[in-house]
Design a protein around this ligand. Structure first.
Ligand SMILES: Cc1cc2nc3c(=O)[nH]c(=O)nc-3n(C[C@H](O)[C@H](O)[C@H](O)COP(=O)(O)O)c2cc1C
Length: 250
């Protein structure tokens, strides 16, 4: 069985869609192909990979309650391609969105279902994930916790001669467990959809979210976006940019 995972986020790096595509592929057996859909230049390679694929997983962000605009022309092209190639392909979609409620992805799921009906390919359902941006926080946290633990072990080791300090290791496990707890809904639903992909079955539509109370989520998201905007181009990113908006898209 061959499954093609398409990361449909326009972000070059660190997209939540890319992360969820990679995570899902861990639980999917058979041949796996990971593709990126950002520009028209990607269409040909993706359609080529779809020729002998059994399943395709679109991993995409929710934009303005729908499918991102750069994905729509690809879907139009794929529809034409499907009508002339008649592929026996099953379509799954894993969408993630900025707000905490995963159910916000419902209109996107309907768009993808309609696309499958028009293209005469099998719609097998999808998973909508609320608070998707927290998936990035989760993976960054795990790397940070790991790096801090290594540093801590080295420093404690130099100080005491014991490079495997029990307290440091227990603290590491506690921190990882906390991060995994926030993501337990996503991980569980992801393993669930992967099992349907493996069995070639219809998954239906399901929604989950990051396991964080909404008021904490808003606080965490505010901090995350402030840090990201400082690191990636200043708090007032765009305001002082000499580039016009259309140049920034390139
Ligand atoms: C142009 C744009 C429109 C968006 N529209 C929505 C929306 O309607 N609802 C929502 O919950 N999140 C919305 N978001 C947030 C994204 O869905 C969210 O940040 C997502 O995690 C990005 O995924 P990615 O990292 O895979 O690109 C929007 C983001 C952008 C940039």
């Amino acid at each position: 069985m061959k499954t093609v995972f398409i990361d449909c986020s326009p972000k070059k790096r660190l997209s939540a869609s890319g992360f969820i595509a990679d995570m899902t592929s861990i639980f999917v057996s058979g041949t796996k192909k990971r593709m990126k859909l950002r520009t028209k230049a990607d269409y040909e390679n993706i359609l080529k990979e779809l020729e002998d694929a059994d399943a395709v997983v679109f991993a995409m962000p929710l934009y303005v309650d729908g499918v991102p605009s750069h994905v729509l022309p690809f879907l139009r092209e794929m529809e034409v391609w499907c009508k002339s190639n008649n592929p026996k392909i099953r379509v799954y979609t894993i969408a993630n969105n900025g707000f905490i409620e995963g159910r916000q992805n419902e209109p996107l799921m309907q768009i993808m279902e309609n696309f499958c009906i028009r293209s005469k390919i099998k719609w097998c359902g999808g998973l909508g994930i609320g608070g998707g941006v927290m998936m990035n926080v989760m993976r960054i946290m795990i790397v940070v916790v790991f790096a801090v633990t290594i540093l801590n072990l080295i420093l404690t080791g130099i100080d005491s001669g014991n490079f495997l300090d029990r307290n440091v290791l227990l603290n590491f496990l506690k921190n990882v467990a906390e991060v995994l707890f926030f993501g337990c809904g996503i991980i569980t639903f992801d393993i669930w959809i992967a099992s349907y992909i493996n069995r070639g079955k219809e998954y239906g539509k399901h929604y989950t979210r990051i396991m964080l109370p909404s008021f904490l989520f808003i606080l965490a998201a505010d901090i995350f976006f402030t840090v990201v905007s400082i690191v990636k181009g200043g708090i007032f990113r765009g305001w002082f940019s000499k580039k016009k908006p259309e140049e920034r898209m390139k």
